[in-house]
Design a protein around this ligand. Structure first.
Ligand SMILES: C[S@@+](CC[C@H](N)C(=O)[O-])C[C@H]1O[C@@H](n2cnc3c(N)ncnc32)[C@H](O)[C@@H]1O
Length: 235
């Protein structure tokens, strides 16, 4: 690890709104805030997760747009969270937290129906390892416990493979194989900025215009952006 990265890593560790539970502890028992996130935020506002948040642009950006919702950015890489976590500190935002952990362990962090929305932004398409994709059946099975009925799953991506895999393979397969659970497609565009965005209301257009580090990189390379939104139902 470079010196600069080490510095960021150390600084992030000191921030009260960055939570870094040791893996060993989580393997032994669920995280102390599982089912109690409302105590951490001091209110019972809806909980929104930004998975694979990187620098956390959506947690910060949506945190400003929706002060009456709570946002948790989750990523395994602590140094990347530095910029989002610093912005939250500087702006004195109280509705954003960062959680450094593996998304694979998400069931240890959130209770049944504790989460209102999941956002996955520019996740690695994992071309060689489909099971590691954050919208694979393996991950959808994890989300189905924590996501509330009526909750939403949002995917924004530059990757045609991840977009098509999600909408044509993994979600249809999930809906078939888990008949009591269902992700219903609510919004679908493979040309977000060229045409899709005009169909969204003003607030959602603002949300769509938050740019993550990876999104900006793909836009600079001329890639078109895809966006999928699903509403979740369960018994
Ligand atoms: C391509 S980057 C995208 C970051 C950010 N969303 C953006 O758009 O700039 C993917 C991120 O996913 C994180 N990641 C991938 N798989 C993960 C997992 N299973 N658990 C936690 N983080 C993961 C990586 O650490 C990395 O920061």
């Amino acid at each position: 690890m470079g010196k600069n990265k080490r510095k960021k890593f150390a600084k992030v560790k000191e921030m009260a709104h960055v939570l870094e539970p040791p893996f060993k502890e989580i393997l032994k028992q669920d995280y102390r805030l599982k089912g109690k996130w409302c105590e951490e935020f001091g209110n019972s506002n809806p909980i929104v997760l930004e998975l694979a948040c990187g620098k956390g642009e959506y947690s910060v950006g949506m945190g400003e747009i929706f002060p009456d919702r709570n946002f948790i950015g989750i990523d395994i890489k602590g140094a990347r969270m530095f910029s989002g976590a610093t912005e939250v500190e500087e702006k004195g935002m109280t509705n954003v937290r960062f959680l450094r952990t593996k998304i694979d362990m998400i069931a240890s962090f959130f209770a049944e129906n504790e989460v209102d929305e999941i956002w996955i932004l520019f996740a690695d398409p994992q071309m060689e390892k489909p099971r590691k994709r954050l919208t694979s059946m393996l991950f959808l099975d994890r989300y189905k416990h924590i996501l509330k009925p009526g909750g939403t799953l949002n995917l924004k991506s530059d990757s045609t493979e991840l977009y098509e895999f999600t909408k044509d393979e993994s979600i249809p397969e999930f809906n078939n194989e888990r008949p009591n659970y269902r992700f219903e497609k609510e919004f679908d565009t493979d040309k977000l900025y060229e045409e899709g965005i005009q169909q969204l209301d003003e607030t959602m257009q603002k949300v769509m215009n938050i740019r993550t580090y990876y999104e900006q990189m793909w836009l600079d390379q001329g890639k078109s952006i895809k966006y999928l939104r699903y509403t979740f139902s369960k018994p």
